[in-house]
Ligand binder design. Structure first.
Ligand SMILES: [Zn+2]
Ligand SMILES: [Zn+2]
Length: 312
């Protein structure tokens, strides 16, 4: 797959991240990335039950039916670190009620809605997460590593952290946690595998990470060995990296290592971010040789056939 250029990367751009990313999103919309249609599944979506999202679940449902996207997983954030914004933000009962009621309303209109969650993984909370997931069953569970208050990738400290360090040491704190998430066996899917790319721009660019694929090998091996699915997360196409998390060569490498479980999510937090980039992610996954997506609807893992409309 040939990546489409989205906007013009400007390494020295010092505006707030949100301002730059708004331009990336607009450039992507102009390039057709908002036009995703006739797809079987978006397995990663946030609603007002996430502290960093403002989308109403109902708005996604209206758009999904309009666009021919036939199944959604609502995966609002749950955090276990008390300093993180989704810690105690929405109750399990409220989240589940929202999703189950919407699922009942929309089932007759050809839209399936599943009750998922995106858990922020940190090794130090693994036992707590395990117990909580056991007590709170979901249809589908994503485990993701995010940037906590103490993280070296916080905007206030990332420049100093990166300075003078080799690339492997720069990504190690992030990838070590990702490996922990995969090895925990707690999750159906590992969310946005190399999300750290977003926080490293402009100090380390995605092209530099792409030139060091060996840094991904232990992460991909952990996914393959545990059967944890690899998510191709389209949100990177509207964020500073301007490419999916992870990019196509990493998906291809995962397959070469024996990885057979992939899934796709837009990771929308706003109505207008759904289903931005989804079609691009489907094309990437199909080009990497996958005919199905790994998903779960509350019981055993299922495989959802990938159907890609030919780009016009
Ligand atoms: Zn996330
Ligand atoms: Zn998310």
């Amino acid at each position: 797959m040939t990546a489409r250029p989205i906007g013009t990367p400007a390494v020295a751009d010092t505006r707030p991240r949100a301002d730059i990313e708004h331009e990336v999103w607009k450039a992507g919309v102009a390039a057709g990335l908002g036009d995703s249609r006739d797809l079987p599944l978006d397995a990663h979506l946030h609603t007002v039950r996430s502290p960093d999202a403002n989308a109403m679940l109902e708005a996604y449902c209206v758009l999904a039916v309009e666009r021919g996207i036939r199944e959604l997983a609502i995966t609002d954030h749950v955090d276990f670190d008390p300093t993180m914004p989704a810690y105690g933000f929405a109750s399990f009962a409220d989240r589940e009620r929202d999703v189950r009621e919407a699922a009942a309303r929309w089932a007759t209109r050809g839209l399936a809605i599943r009750f998922g969650v995106e858990v922020t993984y940190e090794r130090r909370y693994e036992d707590e997460i395990r117990g909580w997931l056991h007590r709170h069953p979901h249809d589908y569970v994503i485990g993701s590593v995010h940037i906590s208050e103490a993280s070296p990738y916080k905007a206030s400290r990332v420049a100093a952290f990166v300075s003078g360090r080799p690339l492997d040491e720069i990504v190690a704190p992030y990838f070590d946690e990702v490996i922990g998430a995969a090895r925990s066996g707690l999750f159906d899917t590992l969310g946005h595998l190399d999300f750290v790319k977003r926080y490293l721009v402009p100090h380390v660019l995605p092209v530099q990470l792409a030139a060091a694929p060996e840094l991904y090998e232990p992460v991909l091996a952990a996914l393959v060995e545990t059967g944890t699915a690899l998510e191709v997360n389209a949100s990177g196409l509207r964020q500073l990296p301007r490419e999916t998390y992870p990019a196509a060569p990493i998906v291809e490498r995962y397959r070469a290592l024996g990885g057979r479980q992939v899934t796709i999510g837009s990771d929308a937090h706003r109505t207008e971010w759904f289903p931005y980039g989804l079609g691009e992610a489907y094309r990437l996954v199909a080009a990497a040789g996958y005919g199905t997506l790994a998903f779960r609807r509350g019981a055993e893992r299922v495989q959802v056939p990938v159907q890609v409309r030919n780009p016009t």
